[in-house]
Ligand binder design. Structure first.
Ligand SMILES: [Fe+2]
Length: 241
């Protein structure tokens, strides 16, 4: 009589995280190119536990329009929100990728100085997103200091605990100068994701509507719209409405 049985499954380590697949992987772990760049410092942050649906958590990660309101004094100015530029989202062989979205950020990285950030958002898997922002330092008048473009990339892997709870694992890679202390980078992620948690946990219905007719959308949410449509095309049903 068999009393115990082992079920082996695929495991690998990537970007400081352990990944597993209970079946046969249909693809490799989504790439995070900046992690391997020797000019970038890398950090792990979180995990952050959201009492929220995983797709809603990742959609929030891909959204730029909430910056001045949810992350005031860090990623935007509440009293003077940026007028966002019209941007595009394309489906590539790696997943959905946006064109650059430009925003002024009074404290957009761990140095705590005003910057212009040019965001490119990507979503490579239903629960893995990425952004890289091309950073331009600005002077006291708000003018861009030419020739000093640096980068700040964040890779967000969302682990669904169930349909209404998720855990966010965050990998960061940046080449801003002067390089901030690792603790300063992690502390800033802690602040930002706590602000996000408080908002995402209020969203109702808890499961994300993949059909765009059920919530009000705006062109500034284009990345989220395309994300939801992609979930619908893939016929993702767990955690969606
Ligand atoms: Fe946010």
């Amino acid at each position: 009589m068999i009393k115990a049985r082992a079920f082996p499954h695929h495991v690998c380590e990537r970007y400081g995280l352990i990944w597993t697949c209970l079946g046969e992987p249909s693809a490799d772990v989504a790439r995070f190119d900046e992690w391997h760049d020797p000019n970038f410092m890398t950090v792990l942050a979180g995990p952050y536990h959201f009492k929220a649906n995983g797709f809603r958590s990742l959609e929030n990660f891909l959204d730029v329009s909430h910056f001045p309101f949810v992350h005031a004094a860090y990623n935007g100015v509440a009293s003077k929100p940026d007028a966002l530029n019209r941007y595009k989202v394309e489906m590539t062989e790696r997943g959905l990728v946006s064109s650059e979205i430009r925003v002024m950020q009074p404290g957009g990285d761990a140095r705590g100085v005003p910057i212009m950030s040019n965001y490119t958002f990507s979503v490579y898997r239903p629960l893995v997103g990425h952004f890289v922002k091309r950073i331009q330092d600005i002077d006291e008048k708000g003018s861009v200091v030419e020739g000093y473009d640096t980068h700040y990339a964040t890779y967000c892997a969302v682990q669904p605990i169930d349909e209404t709870h998720s855990t966010l694992w965050i990998c960061g890679a940046l080449d801003v100068k002067p390089a901030p202390a690792e603790k300063a980078v992690v502390d800033r992620y802690d602040v930002i994701f706590e602000q996000d948690r408080q908002i995402v946990e209020t969203q109702k219905p808890e499961r994300i509507p993949a059909d765009l007719r059920y919530e009000l959308h705006h062109w500034t949410d284009l990345m989220g719209q395309r994300y939801r449509r992609w979930l619908r095309e893939m016929e993702v049903s767990y955690g969606t409405l």
